[in-house]
Write a protein that binds this ligand. Structure first.
Ligand code: SAM
Length: 266
C-alpha cells in the first residue's frame, strides 16, 4: 500500500523511538488514551497492552479497517475511522474521565489538531505529539524567539520539548526533522476571565509585522493612535521599541488587561 502524502503518512519504523514517545505519557493501567493517526499501529501496539482504554482516530479508510481487524480481540481498543478535527471525542469519553492524547501527527495538520484538543471543554490532561521540528521549536520557544503559535499554546499549556529525530526513523522518509513535545493544559485565570478569542486577536495584531517594533505592529493592524498604543505598552512595562518576539506570556497578558481596561477591542 502506497503512503498517502496528502494525509502526511510517514510511518515510524524505529521501535525504540515509538517506545520513547509512549513512555513520555507514563502510561498506566488506569489510563484512557486517545491516539491520533495510528497509521499502521506502531504506537498502538505498545499502548494497547499498557492502558485501560485506547481510542484511535484514523482518517485513512484502509488503515483504520486494518487496525479494526488487528485489534478485534482487544476489547480495550476502539478504532474510529474519522478526521480527528471533526470527531467528537465526548461521544466516547464521559465528561468526568481524565484522558491523555498521543500522536505522531501528520505534519500538515499537526497544529490544528493540537489546537482542536486544547480548545475542547473536556480537554486532555496531557498531550504528547511528534511534529515537524520547526513547528515544535516555535510552539516551545522562549522570549526572544516567540511567535504567534508560541503565545497561543503557552498561554494555555505548560510545554516541554522532549527529543528530536531525523528522517531515517520513518518510511517514507520526510524531508524534515521531527520533535516530540508534551503539552499540559492549565486553567490559568488571567486569560480565562476574558474571551480567549479577544486575547488572541490582540496577539495576532502584535505579530502583524514581526520584524517591526511592537508599537508599529499595533499601528499597522488597528485604528489606535500611536499615543494610546505607547501608553498601553509603557503601562504594561514593555518597551514600545521592542520586537514582538521578545515579549513573554505575562507581558502579553498584562498588555491585554490594559487594553481591556482602556476599552480597546481587537
Ligand atoms: N502513528 C503512525 C506512526 O507513527 O507510524 C502514523 C503516523 S503518520 C505521520 C500520520 C497518520 O495520521 C497517518 O496514518 C494518517 O493517515 C493519519 N491522519 C492524517 N490526517 C488525519 C486526520 N485529520 N485525522 C486522523 N488521522 C489523520
Amino acid at each position: 500500500m502506497k503512503a498517502k502524502k496528502s494525509l502526511g503518512q510517514n510511518f515510524l519504523v524505529d521501535i525504540s523511538v515509538a517506545d520513547r514517545i509512549v513512555d513520555a505519557i507514563s502510561p498506566s493501567h488506569n489510563d484512557t488514551v486517545v491516539e491520533i493517526g495510528p497509521g499502521k499501529g506502531v504506537l498502538t501496539d505498545i499502548l494497547a497492552n499498557k492502558v485501560k482504554t485506547l481510542i484511535c482516530i484514523e482518517m485513512d479508510d484502509l488503515l483504520s479497517k486494518r487496525l479494526q481487524l488487528k485489534f478485534e480481540s482487544k476489547p480495550n481498543v476502539t478504532v474510529v475511522n474519522d478526521d480527528a478535527l471533526n470527531f467528537n471525542i465526548e461521544t466516547l469519553i464521559t465528561p468526568t474521565t481524565s484522558y491523555k492524547m498521543i500522536g505522531n501527527l501528520p505534519y500538515n495538520v499537526a497544529s490544528p489538531i493540537i489546537r482542536h484538543y486544547v480548545n475542547l471543554n473536556h480537554k486532555p490532561c496531557l498531550i504528547t505529539a511528534m511534529l515537524q521540528k520547526e513547528v515544535a521549536d516555535l510552539i516551545a520557544a522562549q522570549p526572544g524567539k516567540m511567535g504567534y503559535l508560541s503565545v497561543e499554546f503557552q498561554s494555555e499549556c505548560s510545554i516541554q520539548k522532549l527529543f528530536t529525530v531525523g528522517p531515517s526513523v520513518f518510511s517514507p522518509k520526510p524531508k524534515v526533522k521531527s520533535t516530540v513535545i508534551s503539552l499540559t493544559p492549565h486553567n490559568k485565570l488571567s486569560t480565562n476571565q476574558f474571551p480567549k478569542s479577544d486575547f488572541l486577536a490582540m496577539v495576532r495584531a502584535g505579530f502583524s509585522a514581526p520584524r517591526k517594533q511592537i508599537h508599529n505592529c499595533f499601528e499597522n493592524a488597528t485604528d489606535l493612535s500611536k499615543v494610546k498604543i505607547v501608553d498601553a505598552l509603557e503601562t504594561a512595562g514593555i518597551d514600545s521599541k521592542s520586537r514582538p518576539q521578545v515579549l513573554s506570556i505575562s507581558d502579553w497578558e498584562k498588555l491585554y488587561m490594559i487594553f481591556y481596561e482602556m476599552g480597546v477591542k481587537f
